[in-house]
Design a protein around this ligand. Structure first.
Ligand code: ADP
Length: 488
């Protein structure tokens, strides 16, 4: 096996391969810093990867379980032992702060460890039939070839939480990362394929493939190729919807995680410090570039003014700077296109009559980067576009409401349903909220962003489609149930 040094290639059928084109990944904190040069694959590369995965599938689906456990466990251990290095690469390439980057790398390691354990927990059921003497066995089989299309905002954790269960439950993988983060994808893939080759030798060539390239070429080839059995995607609603339509055309098994417009309700009986911490962390950390970010702060009237004042005080302490600098709270926006989108919403908010209470300014740091200070809007209404559309930046809007009933009605009045939070000291209000929220995840006195890796992740309505990701629930997507009737 040879590893390209200058240009980082794709990994297809057990080999590193350069494609026809290359491009550079750039550090959003410092645009003169080139992270590396990467191959941009095309449709043909995607097709070859699918063929390689298909060829490997029969053997991989029945591969030795001890070895499969060892593989995922070793990948997890290596990621954990290199978390500082991988986290630094992540922060340099994607722009979240170094503690966030190292935290994400660590989480990716833990995810592989968890799914190593899942290999040993594969099980079925044996039940008696209605008909005497007949036995019924319910077992799970791998879905087959899994295509995994991932976004840029969690460039290690999201690939990990798709790749690890795909391999654990016996699927072969074609991994297509987002174009903005090839360095993270390549580094993760290098760890996977080196350990794969060390444990299985050439016999598992094709079990894992990396195809970097654009969504319109590589991504589209994955959803339209008959050789793919299951497709898991995390990204925008528009692309998710187009994939679902194409998938339906050939009954492709599909799982989509898309946007959010997550509400955080702050009730009069909330602990103010808790509420401000939840709102600041949930809305602005990771530069607000999380599908679970709190973008609508729904606040009841008695606490409203105190909450806004405390938010502004807290926001004044946030340091916006180079992601790798110690002490930075908020790194840059990921790229120019995303920055332009964030800035366009500043104009939209103004034209709709929202008050910019704090932030929303381009920040000059020591290097050229896409820096924007977190913005808080007040005096906003639920119909405003800033309260309906996902901005995916460091931006949140306060909506003033009368009481809990008003708050929950507005919280649920959205096409999304990923996560919702409430800050309250009332057990009754917390219990009502857990029941009333039309989302896949609810948080009480916690930020909407920040979830564990061993429990299900996902939403309702326009946020998610298909079975849940993560934890043992991941097997619903990556395995298929078979019911066998046996007359001995
Ligand atoms: P984001 O704005 O977060 O990048 P996208 O939905 O554009 O969200 O991208 C998420 C992933 O989907 C990326 O890997 C991207 O390359 C891929 N993608 C984009 N367009 C398509 C498409 N038409 N078909 C398949 N994959 C796509």
């Amino acid at each position: 096996m040879s590893v390209a040094t200058a240009v980082h290639g794709n990994y297809i059928g057990g080999e590193w391969r350069d494609g026809a084109e290359t491009y550079r990944s750039v550090n959003p904190s410092n645009t003169s810093d080139v992270v590396g040069e990467y191959t941009r694959g095309d449709r043909d590369d995607a097709k070859k990867a699918i063929e390689a995965a298909r060829a490997a599938s029969p053997a991989w689906s029945r591969s030795n379980l001890q070895q499969r456990f060892d593989l995922l466990d070793r990948i997890g251990s290596e990621i954990l032992s290199r978390a500082q290095e991988l986290g630094t690469l992540l922060s340099r390439e994607e722009g979240k702060t170094l503690p966030e980057g190292v935290g994400e790398a660590t989480r990716a390691g833990h995810i592989f460890k968890f799914f190593a354990g899942e290999v040993l927990r594969l099980s079925g059921e044996l039940v008696p039939s209605m008909r005497p003497g007949i036995g019924v066995e319910i077992t799970r089989e791998p879905a087959g070839v899994a295509a995994l299309i991932t976004p840029w905002n969690f460039p290690l954790a999201i690939p990990a939480w798709k790749i690890a269960p795909a391999l654990a439950y016996g699927n072969c993988v074609v991994f297509k990362p987002a174009e903005l983060v090839p360095a993270c994808a390549w580094a993760l893939s290098e760890i996977i394929v080196r350990n794969l080759a060390e444990i299985y030798g050439a016999s598992a060539a094709g079990a894992f493939n990396l195809v970097m390239g654009s969504g319109s070429r590589v991504g589209d080839a994955l959803v339209t190729s008959a050789g793919v059995d299951a497709l898991s995607f995390t990204g925008s609603v528009a692309v998710g919807k187009s994939l679902a339509v194409k998938a339906a055309d050939r009954f492709l098994r599909i799982q989509l995680e898309m946007g959010g417009k997550n509400p955080l309700i702050v009730l009069d009986d909330a602990d103010l410090d808790v509420a401000v911490n939840c709102a600041v962390q949930g809305a602005y950390y990771s530069t607000g570039q999380r599908c679970t970010a709190s973008s609508r702060l729904i606040v009841t009237q008695e606490i409203h003014d105190r909450f806004v004042a405390a938010m502004i005080e807290k926001m004044k302490t946030l340091v916006v700077d180079d992601a790798l600098k110690p002490g930075t709270h908020i790194g840059p926006v990921v790229d120019e296109r995303q920055l332009a989108q964030d800035v366009s919403y500043l104009e939209i908010a103004e034209s709709e009559g929202a008050r910019r209470a704090h932030g929303g300014e381009r920040v000059a740091c020591g290097t050229e980067g896409y820096y924007l200070s977190p913005v808080l809007w007040t005096e906003t209404t639920p119909e405003m576009r800033i309260n309906r559309e996902e901005i995916f930046g460091p931006a949140a809007a306060v909506i003033r409401v009368k009481d809990y009933d008003d708050a929950i009605a507005i919280a649920n009045d959205t096409e999304f349903g990923l996560c919702a939070g409430i800050c309250t000291t009332s057990l009754r209000n917390a219990a009502r909220f857990k029941r009333d929220s039309e989302t896949g995840m609810v948080m009480v006195n916690l930020p909407t962003a920040g979830v564990d890796y061993h429990v299900p992740f996902g939403g309702r309505k326009g946020s998610s489609y298909g079975p849940r990701e993560q934890g043992s629930y991941a097997r619903e997507f990556y395995s298929i149930v078979k019911t066998a009737y046996i007359l001995p």
